[in-house]
Design a protein around this ligand. Structure first.
Ligand SMILES: N[C@@H](CCC(=O)N[C@@H](CS)C(=O)NCC(=O)O)C(=O)O
Length: 232
């Protein structure tokens, strides 16, 4: 018997407060009208019970009635399969495949390079991460031509937007700090980011102290940009 979602099912999300991958699961749960039950762990001191249920030792893990699921994209797709309304996945197979592919670009090219941009201790590493971000963002800018959203046919918020939203939020914070405006000269991304970041599900997908916490983390990491604001 397929295990469809039923309202009596318990869903618990294991999280780290600053993790963009967890944020995808939170946004999806909220888009589906769920109030996520979130347990935060310290990744610098992973609890034994967590290591037992997380095959890669990473968050997010979504525990569904005691069964742990790992990998953010798998979790998001599980939620889409089991709580189909409102639909976030396009119905056309080519559009579905594209939505899935954007998860990889977001994770590997945007999340990772934004983390490097924010956390690197030396100028050369920061500039390398910035160059990689510009290359990836040029692709996204092109893909956003004539669309309101990245997902599906571009008409409505969907899985590809969920995949990217944590990066859009972080890029906006990077701009607010006066470090670098990654959307400058990219009007399609700018307009899309405004739409995505205006959603309540996205705004409430992090804790209220997120900006302060993330600044504290990069300050602790002695990131180059903390001591060189406005240089890029
Ligand atoms: N591919 C994974 C990446 C998850 C990931 O890298 N999570 C980070 C936190 S943002 C983590 O748990 N890192 C702990 C570690 O690598 O030890 C996903 O999409 O869920």
């Amino acid at each position: 018997m397929p295990r469809a979602y039923c309202p009596r099912m318990t869903l618990k999300l294991i999280s780290f407060a600053l993790c963009p991958f967890v944020q995808r699961a939170v946004i999806t749960l909220k888009e589906k009208g769920q109030s996520p039950d979130i347990e935060y762990i310290d990744l610098a001191n992973k609890p034994e019970w967590f290591l037992k249920i997380s095959p890669r030792g990473k968050v997010p893990v979504l525990v569904v009635d005691g069964s742990p699921l790992f990998e953010s994209q798998a979790i998001v797709e599980y939620l889409e399969d089991t709580i189909p309304e409102p639909a976030l996945r396009p119905s056309d197979p080519v559009e579905r495949a594209r939505d899935r592919a954007w998860f990889a670009l977001a994770s590997e090219d945007l999340f990772m390079n934004h983390f490097r941009l924010d956390h690197s201790k030396d100028e050369a590493s920061v500039k390398k991460a910035l160059a990689a971000l510009h290359t990836a963002l040029d692709r996204v800018e092109e893909a956003m031509q004539g669309r309101a959203y990245l997902s599906g046919d571009g008409a409505r918020f969907g899985l590809a937007d969920v995949a990217m939203a944590p990066f859009l939020m972080r890029a906006e914070i990077t701009k607010k700090r006066g470090w670098v405006d990654l959307f400058a000269g990219r009007p399609n991304i700018r307009a899309w980011a405004d739409r995505v970041l205006a959603r309540e599900t996205v705004q409430t997908s992090v804790r209220p102290d997120f900006e302060a916490e993330s600044l504290a983390a990069v300050t602790r990491a002695e990131a180059w940009l903390v001591s060189h604001p406005g240089v890029l």
